[in-house]
Design a protein around this ligand. Structure first.
Ligand SMILES: Nc1ncnc2c1ncn2[C@@H]1O[C@H](COP(=O)(O)OP(=O)(O)OP(=O)(O)O)[C@@H](O)[C@H]1O
Ligand SMILES: [Mg+2]
Length: 241
């Protein structure tokens, strides 16, 4: 009962509290296959919380999370791991690359759940690194890579298994504008190749350049350009906007 007909992500009334901190309040969000969207908002507004819940890395305190039609709450830990491994690529806010590990193995680790033998994992990893323009840095460890290169390794790792959904938390936040532009170009390419891409960003220009923008403030989705477009389109001619 899942597959192409279901939205990739469906959050219904999702909330998250940490003790007395309400990080997310009754969020409703539907993301269709093939979308590219930005999640923007001030620091502490709940963006990472929302992305972690979408990525099934964290459980909500209330509400329902569906990923490609699966109600996450109904899955066993094993089913959830399989869903995550097969469906979701994650780029973390601060790279999360293990020290002392060459790029090719960081990326190959993204295929650990695939059951492929190590040699095959490394072959596919090499291809992913070439795809992000790092064919000449396969054996560099994180301390030998620039910030932009580290972020590209992190993206290669996230997409090495060809997940239909890519979640990127501030992928350009730690980069200069040139490296940031390279990373954004890469995300556009993945989107054009069919991946659904969700990008958290502080950068208003980046957010405005993407087809859909979701603004979060104080744990609330205060604006979603997708639903705004529907609402304004539905207004009769001449109505106040
Ligand atoms: N594990 C936690 N325990 C307690 N409070 C938390 C925890 N994680 C997040 N919070 C709080 O929840 C709120 C939302 O945090 P979140 O990380 O989602 O913000 P953000 O929008 O991603 O911010 P930034 O732009 O700074 O990354 C913040 O007030 C934060 O302090
Ligand atoms: Mg964050």
């Amino acid at each position: 009962m899942t597959g192409l007909t279901h939205p990739v992500v469906e959050l219904t009334g999702v909330s998250k509290t940490y003790g007395d901190v309400v990080a997310l309040r009754s969020a409703d969000l539907v993301i269709q296959r093939g979308e590219l969207l930005a999640v923007v908002g001030p620091s502490g507004s709940g963006k990472s919380t929302m992305l972690n819940i979408m990525g099934t890395l964290d459980r909500p305190s209330g509400g329902t999370v569906r990923i490609t039609g699966h109600d996450v709450e109904q899955l066993t830990d094993r089913e959830l791991s399989a869903l995550r491994a097969g469906t979701i690529g994650f780029v973390f806010q601060h790279f999360h690359l293990a020290g002392g590990v060459p790029a090719i193995d960081s990326v190959a680790d993204g295929l650990l759940y695939s059951g492929k033998p190590r040699r095959e994992r490394r072959r596919v990893a090499e291809r992913a690194l070439r795809r992000v323009g790092l064919g000449h840095r396969l054996y560099h460890e994180p301390h030998q890579l620039s910030g932009g290169e580290k972020q590209r390794v992190a993206i290669a790792r996230a997409v090495v298994g060809d997940p239909p959904l890519l979640l990127a938390d501030e992928p350009t936040g730690a980069l200069d504008s040139r490296s940031g532009a390279v990373v954004m170009e890469l995300l556009h390419e993945l989107h054009e190749a069919g991946t659904t891409v969700v990008v958290i960003t502080h950068d208003r220009d980046i957010a405005a350049s993407l087809p859909r923008e979701v603004r979060v403030k104080d744990g609330l989705i205060e604006h979603d350009s997708a639903s705004a477009a529907v609402t304004t389109a539905a207004l009769p001619e001449g109505a106040a906007r």
